[in-house]
Design a protein around this ligand. Structure first.
Ligand SMILES: CC(C)(COP(=O)(O)OP(=O)(O)OC[C@H]1O[C@@H](n2cnc3c(N)ncnc32)[C@H](O)[C@@H]1OP(=O)(O)O)[C@@H](O)C(=O)NCCC(=O)NCCS
Length: 166
């Protein structure tokens, strides 16, 4: 089951992120974004009442295009014992739909280029978008939630300031 994060879920969400990542940085990022970022989309996957997956979307900006509402998918985590069982793939589309309802114009993600295209993401470079981090160009991807939303837009996407501590 996928549902919005609710008050009281914070410790379980943190536990999933601590378990899924090698350092505490992503768990700390989740806590910082929850406190600082608006709008925020934070969803959990539950199995028999236990939180086994989490996904977060926070605002990103494109300099020179202040009217665009853009969200960044990060981080996403599934508890190790439950990885590769489809939980991440269930979280992404529900999260994208929540972003569409905000309404956001597009979502960006920095991630594995073999994973995110299945949800409709295309290389950011194809839409003229780059990322402020030094990553392989194919790892930065974008999905328009409103067709044509990114027409005429180009530049370097800036993540929320909480990402600076990653
Ligand atoms: C990445 C993650 C959230 C995916 O969730 P999941 O529930 O395990 O993924 P699903 O079962 O829905 O999908 C599995 C698919 O994703 C692919 N996949 C998952 N993680 C991958 C990775 N790091 N690199 C490449 N492919 C990956 C698998 O190959 C598999 O592909 P297939 O369906 O073609 O076999 C989860 O593995 C995880 O928490 N990993 C550690 C934390 C992390 O790296 N998060 C992402 C960066 S923010």
């Amino acid at each position: 089951m996928i549902r919005p994060e609710e008050p009281g879920d914070e410790p379980a969400v943190r536990a999933v992120n601590v378990a899924a990542f090698e350092t505490l940085a992503e768990a700390d990022l989740v806590d910082a974004l929850r406190a600082q970022a608006r709008p925020l989309v934070s969803l959990v996957a539950t199995e028999e009442g236990a939180i086994t997956g989490h996904i977060m979307f926070s605002p990103v900006t494109l300099p020179g295009h202040p009217a665009l509402v853009l969200m960044g998918l990060a981080p996403m985590a599934v508890t190790p014992a439950r990885q590769r069982a489809g939980i991440g793939s269930a979280l992404v589309p529900v999260g994208l739909e929540a972003c569409r309802r905000l309404p956001a114009d597009a979502v960006v993600v920095l991630g594995h280029p073999a994973y995110y295209p299945r949800f409709g993401f295309v290389p950011g470079v194809r839409r003229g978008l780059g990322c402020e981090y030094d990553v392989p160009v194919e790892a930065f991807m974008v999905l328009e939630l409103r067709p044509g939303a990114l027409r005429g837009a180009s530049g370097t996407i800036q993540y929320h300031r909480a990402f600076a501590s990653l």
